[in-house]
Design a protein around this ligand. Sequence first.
Ligand code: NAI
Length: 483
Amino acid sequence: MKIAVAKGDGIGPEIMDAVLSIFAANKVDLEYEFVEMGKWVFDKGYSNGMTPEAQAAIERLGILFKGPMETPKGKGVKSVNVTARKTWNTYANKRTFQTLHGVDTVFSKAGIPIDITIVRENIEDTYGGIEHMLTHDVALSRRFITRPGSMQVIRYAFDMAQKKGARRITCGHKANIMKLTDGLFLECFYEVAKEYPNLNADDKIVDDLAMQLVVKPDQFDVVVMTNLQGDIISDLCAGLVGGLGFAPSANIGDHISIFEAVHGTAPDIAGKNIANPTALLLSGLGMLRHLGFRENAAVIENALLYTLEQGIHTGDFGDKSKPAVNTTEFAQAIIANFGRVPEQGMRPMMENTVENLAVCRLEKNTMMVSKETSEEKIVGIDVFIESSENHDAVARKCLQHTTDLFKLVTISNRGTQVWPKGSVFTNLVNQYTCRFESVGDQGVTQIDLLELQKRLTQDFKICSTELLNEWDGKRSYSLAQGQ
Ligand code: NAI
């Protein structure tokens, strides 16, 4: 079996060499094809941070094991790490956080064991990076949450939880505020939950989840979340078990999967051979299990846990009264401990977490459509305009342009209604959203909307628009605060 390996930037090559030396010593039967990705590939002029040969190799082999990579600042290029996850549709980011003996934390000292797996949606949300300045004062970010994308990651989370023998699976969300986006994610969660009656499925609002994780982390098992909230909560969980040096990550897709540590290139310690390779090793062990090398993974993980229990540590953690070892010595200590079993937290030989390996050639992109509507109607439009005038003046001008097809129903500023009713205490910025709805039940056409916008441009600069749709008689847009 062959996989693609990219050593990365900064401490990447040091920790990757350490991990591969452990794999070699344990006779892991894998071949490696080293590919060119990272800062120096950007510097060579490849704007996506990888050579075409690297892309071809990863698409052929289906597995990428990677070190951390730096995104050059001020060059207008996007992170190669994010590009890789999005290009290859690795829709589930799985991060496992477990108490490690020898790694002192508030919870380990209190005897509270932690074993939490966060599954974070990896493609959508604000990570599309679709952002625009509407005015000099107002920036807008688009947040995509889709039904097929949510179903993919939630199905993965339930399936993984079942194989892992989890007792509970929790959806973290903010559906009380973002009723359509997070509401859709939560709806998908409970739809999938019906297929797994043996799993105890529940949900928690993300702020409460953050507090509960800090106060009583041992109550959680598997948590599935949207991208941004999952990003923040997974770093919180890394802190619970000792920091980023112990946080592995797997980016799982149907065809290509990427295994990497959560931490970055640590430029402050790069080239010194003092970095902690544990997070990359744990990511590599997740990869070995994914590929079916369960025995190798168990032997190496038990040796790692035994080594940590012995108090052997790199400079970033552990008992400071004991001298730290360097990266190479840490790897050698693990190799010397093959066959040893930790006193606590022994990893079983046969964990039933092997994923379905489906490396295949794709001829074309997959279109994911999950739900068709029977009756569709356009019932209006939100027009985002730039104006420094008072809302009453904006309303007067808007009303001049509404014909018998439309009525002006509300004007909001930063999402809060200011017309027809509002409060003088609401501070304003120079961008309003004016909502026009159709008069009567028959709806309007796109041409009607364009005619309306054409008239509005006589008085305003239009920054953006959104259609107001009704699907099967249900509103597909939110109300303004106070509407
Ligand atoms: P960082 O994770 O590289 O470093 C934060 C702190 O943690 C530093 O003090 C560093 O020395 C320490 N640290 C991190 N990993 C360590 C390890 N294995 N052993 C010992 N100490 C460790 O985060 P930072 O400084 O924000 O980012 C540096 C670069 O890494 C940036 O260019 C960033 O874009 C990139 N990055 C790449 C990621 C990836 O490839 N997936 C993820 C995060 C950041």
